[in-house]
Design a protein around this ligand. Structure first.
Ligand code: HEC
Length: 116
């Protein structure tokens, strides 16, 4: 017999540990969290943009992405600084949904919009 029972058990236990660690990594428990940096906020902001009524009136997220890849102007033409932009979205009648979005999602959305 190539392995004793004890060796086979050891190998089995080792495999279990490797699988378990792999599973934790896959589930994101061991992976470094991607929160807090502007780039990932902006990625999340794109989802917020796409999942609200914004695209009823504005270009779809994938069109904006194509435009920015070509260096063409996208959504923002007038309100280029963050404060003016937020003031506008909070007070404009057509943008009432903005206030219904959670604070975290709003922050991501603004991070995204600033790049559009
Ligand atoms: C009912 C149509 C409508 C909806 C829905 C709408 N917008 Fe707008 N949005 C407009 C119009 C029209 C303007 C231009 C207003 C102006 O410049 O005075 C505008 C302007 C903007 C601007 C400023 C652009 C600039 O050049 O300064 C941003 C940013 C913006 N919208 C984002 C959003 C987001 C984010 C949503 C979804 C939460 C949204 N809009 C939903 C019609 C809409």
């Amino acid at each position: 017999m190539p392995f004793t029972e004890r060796q086979a058990l050891r190998i089995f236990a080792l495999l279990l540990i490797v699988a378990f660690v792999g599973m934790l990594w896959y589930a994101g428990v061991l992976r470094p969290a991607k929160t807090g940096d502007d780039a990932s906020d902006s990625e999340k902001g794109e989802e917020v943009y796409a999942s609200h009524d914004c695209t009823d009136c504005h270009l779809a997220a994938h069109v904006l992405r194509a435009k920015s890849a070509k260096g063409e102007p996208g959504l923002i033409r007038v309100r280029k600084d963050e404060k003016t932009l937020i003031d506008f979205l909070q007070n404009d009648k057509r943008h009432e949904t903005f206030l219904l979005i959670s604070e975290n999602d709003r922050r991501s959305l603004v991070e995204y919009l600033k790049r559009q």
